[in-house]
Design a protein around this ligand. Structure first.
Ligand code: FE2
Ligand code: FE2
Length: 376
């Protein structure tokens, strides 16, 4: 590894201290009313004349599985379910040991009653589902890009099934927001920066690393966490169905990149390690929900400092990485170049997941039963 290729934390993520809350808050979405956003994708579309199906057996297997795992977002979910957001907030609070996220004594929240805390919970649902929807659109665009840019026919076939999956995911999150919740949030600026960086990159494997390994790896963990917590039956089922697809998508990333990374030099791997770290920090920042506190009209920095100190939030922030770290390990990204990425994951406190199951190995545990898919 040549040291002149090492970018500083400031070069990578725009601040020297990954936990600098003021710097995190300085990044906000300034384009809230725009209906479209244009991003350069800088890539060549690649035809292949090698049509031999199954040249990469693990990708072919995934493709065959995907064809039989398509569900229908309109028909397979119980949309007739009535959702009372306030009840959902109270049920979540029961599971979490109370409505208050932290002890408000002596803070700007000392005068808040249950009403304000319930409103935070409702806004938080609107925010969370909105960001899931935006992230799903990012996946839709990235996967369409992979269809064009990946040179292997088995990967083009599989990616095409993922495009359909992601369309379905955008569709069901949008429908849930429109028909069951009470408002949308624009895309979080940290998430959008990351999506733009992924789409901008001209190298086909970077789309996979950014999307399948980092964004979808974090999404799979976040969906799993909320799926376990929520008592709202429609959301629970929606997340279960989406997760069955997401696990396949993350496995697609692991299986594709494993082969490609074996052939890369230390310098090339180092660029991937740095990209993975940058993505990890952006994703961590995106989950802070700064816009919820803004909308509540309270000092955002105070709120975040208090919220970040709570055990539930710390646990959630950490658990987000429970899929990403083992998958990075499986790809050989942790320890190349003097354990560079291992050290970064140690710094942000998530290395303890390294020996958890990687998603290619645990894939079958996420599959739906054929009988779960009413539309087939
Ligand atoms: Fe998705
Ligand atoms: Fe996905």
């Amino acid at each position: 590894m040549s040291l002149d290729q090492e970018r500083t934390t400031e070069d990578m993520i725009g601040r020297a201290d990954v936990n600098d809350i003021e710097a995190i808050l300085a990044i906000t979405n300034t384009d809230r009313d725009a209906v479209i956003s244009v991003v350069e994708d800088n890539s060549d579309a690649i035809f292949t004349w090698d049509y031999k199906k199954g040249a990469r057996p693990s990708l072919e297997k995934l493709y065959e599985k995907a064809k039989h795992s398509m569900w229908d977002g309109e028909k397979d979910l119980p949309w007739e379910t009535e959702v009372d957001q306030e009840q959902v907030v109270l049920a979540n609070a029961d599971m979490n040991g109370g409505l208050l996220e932290f002890d408000p004594a002596g803070t700007p929240f000392a005068k808040w009653t249950d009403k304000e805390w319930i409103q935070v919970g409702i806004e938080s649902q609107n925010w969370t589902l909105s960001q899931f929807m935006h992230g799903e659109q990012g996946a839709l665009i990235c996967t369409a890009k992979i269809v064009e840019t990946v040179p292997w026919i088995d990967a083009k076939y599989y990616a095409a099934t993922q495009v359909m999956d992601e369309a379905r995911h955008v569709e069901v999150f949008a429908k849930y927001l429109d028909t069951k919740l009470s408002g949308h949030y624009p895309v979080n600026a940290h998430l959008k920066m990351l999506l733009d960086d992924i789409v901008n990159d001209s190298r086909w494997d970077m789309t996979y690393l950014g999307m399948q390994i980092m964004v979808e790896g974090l999404a799979l963990a976040a969906f799993g966490f909320i799926h376990q917590l929520t008592t709202e039956p429609l959301l629970k089922k929606l997340l279960r169905y989406v997760m069955s697809d997401e696990a396949r998508h993350v496995a697609f990333g692991v299986l594709s990149l494993q082969e490609f990374y074996e052939g890369l030099s230390d310098a090339e791997i180092f660029e991937r390690q740095q990209f993975a770290f940058e993505a990890a920090v952006r994703m961590r920042d995106r989950f802070l929900q700064q816009e919820v506190w803004e909308r509540m009209g309270v000092p955002v920095k105070d709120a975040l400092e208090l919220v970040m100190g709570t055990p539930t939030r710390q646990m959630f922030q950490m658990m987000l990485f429970s899929k990403v770290v083992p998958n990075c390990k499986k790809l050989g990204l942790l320890d190349r170049n003097d354990k560079w990425l291992r050290h970064r994951f140690e710094e942000i406190g998530v290395i303890q997941f390294e020996d958890w199951a990687d998603t290619a190995s645990e894939l079958d545990g996420f599959a739906l039963l054929e009988s779960d898919i009413r539309s087939t």
